[in-house]
Design a protein around this ligand. Structure first.
Ligand code: NAP
Length: 429
């Protein structure tokens, strides 16, 4: 049996998951790739830290040169996270003709171009399945299985933390802060949850998926982003009443060679499969012009699911034969397609207002919507107290710019106390 030596950079959650899978599934993995995989070196910050896996101390190192200078190491697996020194170490490995696997969405979304270029120049493979959707094989799906298609649309629930919070709010009536606290206690949310809750994590993953799906470079700042911090239990209740569920969606869409890229909470019909993706699960819905609608569902994080994707990448490299040079694994975009400004995108909207309970207020608001070409599908009115009522409008599809203009003008009306919330509706049309 041929042997191959690899190195891990990082032995945290995912590094330990990879170690466990390589050991537990040793026979299956060897059969699947035709190699016995030996983890020759593991880079860590602290060699003395107590680990959740039993690992010979002599293979732990704090010096990347032990890996760079070992020409017998053919694959480097980056599982440290962050931009630096992850980027520098991956480039260093590629320059030494080592293939690279990573789970690092941040470095891919921000410095991916440089890494793809280096991999192409050096003729090494660069795989990153675990960077989006944890254990869900979405990258390979887009890069291989769906390459006969023009991908028209991606809609993903690609952040487990926010999905867990929204599930708790929907099914158990918790408010946002209670649900966040529980997510933190259960280890689904970090002590500083801002990257997840404010939508940044989903933006990085959407950038990676969209670049591959639409064959273009993606500038992160072109992705519209809105987190879930403004979602109130009353919005969840209205969504239920209207037949919807609120989810944080990452949406990529191509029409007429232009892209729409957005991360924001949205109401989705409760009958759509994506509405039933609960807790920390992830799902990605893809519409291809040949395959039609497709949805992948699974664990978007965690040591073993993510480790499964990482080890899958290692096996793919080995199946391509680590000795081959001038391989090209990339389908990263070389062109840059226009990304529409959010105001040019259109959607149906849920708009909740707090207004004074006086005759004529409804007509006044409806007139403003009409003036800005925003057509109303339905209105619901609920008494809040003696003086104020809650008015909830559902619009037909309208341009975001027009909705924004309407809202600005409605805010100036005497009888309108407050715009309480505005949430897009994604009907998958
Ligand atoms: N956690 C998930 O569920 C998940 C899911 C999908 C993707 N990912 C991605 O997987 C990657 C790893 O995540 P994780 O959760 O496993 O992180 P983690 O638990 O924080 O582990 C990071 C590891 O990297 C090592 N490390 C960090 N900086 C280093 C440096 N400068 N030099 C040497 N070693 C260094 C740490 O060493 P010490 O142990 O000595 O401190 C630790 O072993 C990240 O890119 C993350 O985005 C994670």
């Amino acid at each position: 049996m041929k042997k191959v030596r690899i190195a891990l950079l990082g032995l945290g959650n995912i590094g330990q998951g990879v170690w466990r899978i390589l050991n537990t599934n040793r026979n299956e993995i060897t059969m699947n790739c035709g190699y016995e995989i030996e983890v020759a070196r593991v880079l860590v910050r602290d060699r003395n830290k107590i680990r959740g896996v039993q690992i010979p101390k002599e293979i732990l190192t704090t010096d990347i040169n032990d890996i760079f200078n070992d020409s017998g190491i053919k694959i480097v697996v980056e599982l440290m996270g962050g931009t630096e020194p992850a980027r520098e170490y991956m480039l260093g490995a590629m320059r030494r003709k080592k293939h690279v696997v990573t789970a690092n969405k941040l470095v891919l979304a921000t410095r991916g171009e440089e890494l793809f270029k280096a991999a192409d120049e050096e003729g090494v493979l660069f795989y990153y399945e675990a960077s989006v959707g944890g254990g869900i094989p979405i990258i390979r799906e887009i890069n291989e299985s769906l390459t006969a298609n023009r991908i028209e649309k991606l809609v993903g629930i690609i952040n487990g933390t926010t999905n867990y919070i929204l599930t708790k709010m929907t099914h158990e009536g918790m408010d946002f802060n209670e649900a966040l606290k529980e997510a933190q206690q259960k280890g689904y949310a970090e002590a500083d949850p801002s990257s997840d809750v404010e939508g940044y994590d989903a933006v990085y993953k959407l950038a990676i998926m969209s670049s591959l799906s639409f064959g273009t470079k993606i500038d992160l700042s072109s992705i519209y982003r809105e987190g879930i911090g403004n979602i109130k239990t009353v919005d969840i209740d209205y969504a239920k009443r209207f037949g919807y569920v609120i989810k944080l969606l990452a949406i990529g869409k191509e029409t007429d060679n232009e892209l729409e890229l957005r991360v924001h909470p949205a109401m989705v019909p409760k009958t759509h499969p994506i509405a039933n993706v609960n807790d920390s699960f992830n799902a990605i819905f893809v519409k291809g012009n040949a395959v039609g609608d497709l949805m992948l569902y699974g664990r978007g994080a965690g040591d073993l699911p993510t480790g499964s994707a990482v080890v899958g990448d290692i096996i793919s490299i080995l199946r391509n034969n680590v000795d081959l040079s001038n391989l090209s694994s990339q389908k990263n975009g070389t062109v840059t397609k226009k990304v529409r400004n959010a105001s040019e995108s259109s959607s149906e909207y849920y708009i909740r207002l707090d207004v004074k309970d006086r005759p004529g207020v409804l007509g006044e608001i409806a007139a403003v919507f009409g003036k800005h070409d925003v057509s109303i599908f339905s209105v619901s009115q609920d008494v809040k107290n003696k003086h104020n009522v809650s008015l909830v409008f559902i619009t037909h599809e309208a341009l975001e710019g027009n909705v924004a203009e309407s809202i600005k003008e409605i805010g100036t009306l005497d009888r309108v106390n407050n715009l309480e919330n505005i949430i897009r509706i994604e009907n998958f049309n």
